[in-house]
Write a protein of this length. Structure first.
Length: 374
């Protein structure tokens, strides 16, 4: 297998055209920090890591345009210098993570429930389709696939529709104030409390319920992060701490903890055994505690739940998620690669039809990350 990091879109286009002519699969990567997500793919590696840089940043307009191979840490540092940020807190999974990979994976961090997801901040993009055409959203693509917001479709497509080269993103100012409260309570009580607070005008930005499985006597803890105006954060801290007997954490301690939650470096995210898989459950926020015999971590005010279980538990886990009107993703496979187990829930017939139409339009030769979404 060959591996290249072209410096210009022309180089990328040449590689795509050659692959399309031979119907040879391409494995599209940026920093290759999310290779675990989705099924492994084969083929020559097409890397966007050589296409880097911030093309334009208009702080007063809250817009940044950046090349896909730009490291996420560099983009975030540049935004921070102007007092701005990516509100959806994309997981980094390592310093090599690129902004193109962020959009392609469509993953968001702890603030997702309050701030929105990746596709909510993508204003436009350029990408290379399977014919080797370099397209800009709003032009040729929309004529071919009328009615689809292409920038949103590309978010979370895992490189199966095209090679993203440039992205325009909406950014927001850094929060004026931030505070984190911690409460000792079980999962059911934590969900009930979060639902209660969710109906009130409180500046809740993120939540995480977790139990340290490495310690038998570890308490069940709910962490809640508040962000917003100073007065609003201070008033909410006083009210919530009194109402549920919580303690306020020092931001110097809470900040790294939230970063560890975002990047999955908390103790919970260490595999308890080689055969264990990390499962991601997407549920309605109001879903109750699922009766599953596995350690869990709950985020997004109840809408995202993580658990460790063997691949053989797929039917049990997906059945429990479906009963709560949600779905389950095998996010990280165990040491054996979880053969025979799909990474994503089966799509409905309608979604399958739409997906097939999009792939036929964008990648007629089927060369981009084939099988990744299996």
């Amino acid at each position: 297998m060959s591996s290249t990091a072209p410096d210009t879109p022309s180089d990328l286009i040449d590689q795509v055209k050659a692959a399309a002519a031979d119907r040879s699969p391409l494995r599209i990567v940026g920093g290759d920090t999310k290779a675990f997500y989705g099924k492994p793919t084969s083929g020559d590696t097409l890397s966007t890591s050589g296409w880097q840089g911030i093309s334009s940043h208009e702080p007063t307009e809250l817009v940044v345009t950046v090349k896909a191979g730009t490291p996420l840490v560099e983009l975030e540092a540049a935004l921070a210098e102007k007092g701005q940020c990516l509100p959806f807190e994309p997981p980094r999974f390592g310093a090599a993570s690129t902004i193109g990979g962020v959009v392609a994976a469509g993953l968001a961090g702890p603030a997702r429930a309050a701030a929105g997801g990746v596709r909510d901040y993508v204003l436009g993009l350029q990408f290379i389709n399977g014919k080797g055409e370099w397209l800009t959203f709003g032009g040729q693509v929309m004529k071919n696939v009328a009615g689809y917001d292409v920038s949103r479709v590309m978010a979370g497509s895992l490189g199966t529709l095209g090679v993203i080269t440039d992205i325009s993103l909406k950014v927001l100012p850094l929060p004026t104030a931030e505070a984190t409260l911690v409460f000792e309570m079980g999962a059911a009580q934590a969900l009930e409390q979060l639902h209660h607070w969710g109906g009130q005008p409180l500046p809740i930005n993120a939540s995480c319920w977790v139990k340290d499985a490495s310690q038998a006597d570890a308490p069940d803890l709910l962490f809640v992060r508040l962000r917003g105006a100073v007065a609003a954060v201070e008033a909410a801290c006083e009210r919530m701490a009194k109402e549920a007997r919580g303690q306020r954490m020092d931001n110097a301690q809470a900040g790294p903890d939230w970063a560890a939650c975002r990047d999955q470096t908390l103790p919970f995210f260490q595999p308890p055994a080689p055969d264990q898989c990390l499962w991601r459950l997407s549920l309605p926020q109001t879903a109750p505690v699922l009766k599953l015999p596995y350690a869990q971590l709950i985020e997004w005010q109840g809408a995202q739940r993580w658990l460790w279980a063997p691949a053989s538990a797929a039917s049990e886990i997906r059945g429990a998620a479906a009963s709560a009107k949600g779905h389950a993703t095998l996010f990280r496979a165990g040491a054996d690669g979880a053969p025979g187990v799909s990474r994503f829930d089966q799509q409905s017939a309608v979604i399958q039809t739409i997906t097939q139409r999009l792939r036929a339009e964008f990648d007629p030769a089927g060369i981009f990350n084939p099988g990744r979404m299996g």
